[in-house]
Ligand binder design. Structure first.
Ligand code: Z5A
Ligand code: MG
Length: 228
């Protein structure tokens, strides 16, 4: 890949129904249309044997020990590592709808699960260049279409998931437009990390694009780092 710019790795995260899949798809369309070739992945990726078991678990056909299911979600990411790496090496941007942060936040929100233990099985996976965290209170999310009967779609549990996500916030979690006034930047900083997902689909898409273009165009030959 000498002389060729690598692709960026961008992750869209958030609690249930925050608009991740809507926004991730729109983002890939936008990037591709503007000459930034990009592909979309989603975890869990249910097309594999492991993914199929995960789907059965989410739909409550199977039950597993919380640690066992955590490792299955993690294994599902590891089985796609070669694909992710090969796209990035070829200069293709990889946009992922849910990643290790979902893995840690959902598992660590369960009683008796330890955050650090949950991080261990994803340690060594590529660290995204940018994590776009779509924030919405679970009470607001519940009003959106499709909030249903899946295992984790319970408001009280989603509150704990959101809390765990916020413990994972790092310096790659948002791009804040620092060209605005000190007070405005301060306000964005205070709002901490988050893209307000309660706005319309188009408004959220606009905010996301501004952040993403900066990252995609700014990727040099720097190697991807690893988690955590
Ligand atoms: N999970 C885990 O435990 N461990 C892991 O490692 C991973 C996942 C990777 C399934 O994931 C479950 O797996 C999930 C976490 C757990 N927990 N649950 N339950 P999934 O990604 O397959 O989840 P999903 O069922 O597709 O839901 P979602 O991804 O949470 O939804 P979303 O993608 O954030 O939302 P959306 O599909 O884009 O939009 C939802 C609806 O809202 C839809 O009707 C939109 O038209 C509407 N929408 C979107 N944006 C807006 C705005 N801005 N305004 C109004 N309406 C909107
Ligand atoms: Mg989704």
């Amino acid at each position: 890949m000498e002389g060729k710019k690598r692709g960026a790795l961008i992750v869209v995260e958030g609690c249930d129904r925050t608009g991740k899949s809507t926004q991730a798809k729109k983002l890939v369309d936008y990037l591709s249309k503007t000459g930034r070739y990009s592909i979309l992945l989603h975890f869990p990726e249910c097309s594999t044997r492991i993914g199929d078991i995960i789907r059965g678990y989410l739909n409550k056909y199977y039950n597993f020990d919380d640690r066992a299911v955590h490792l299955l979600f993690s294994a599902n990411r590891w089985e796609f590592l070669p694909l992710i790496q090969s796209h990035i090496q070829k200069g293709v941007n990889v946009i992922i709808d849910r990643y290790a942060f979902s893995g840690v936040a959902f598992s660590a929100a369960k009683k008796g699960m330890n955050l650090q233990w949950c991080k261990n099985s994803d340690s060594g996976l590529p660290r995204p260049d940018l994590v776009l965290f779509l924030d919405l209170t679970p009470a607001q999310a519940e009003k959106r279409d499709g909030y249903g009967t899946e295992r984790y779609e319970v408001e009280e549990f989603q509150d704990r998931v959101r809390e765990k996500y916020l413990q994972l916030v790092d310096n790659n979690w948002v791009v804040i437009d620092a060209s605005r006034s000190i007070e405005e930047v301060h306000k964005v900083l205070c709002a901490a990390v988050v893209i307000d997902a309660s706005r319309s689909i188009e408004e959220v898409h606009k905010v996301l694009c501004a952040a993403v273009v900066k990252t995609v165009d700014g990727v040099d030959d720097n190697k991807l780092e690893t988690l955590w």
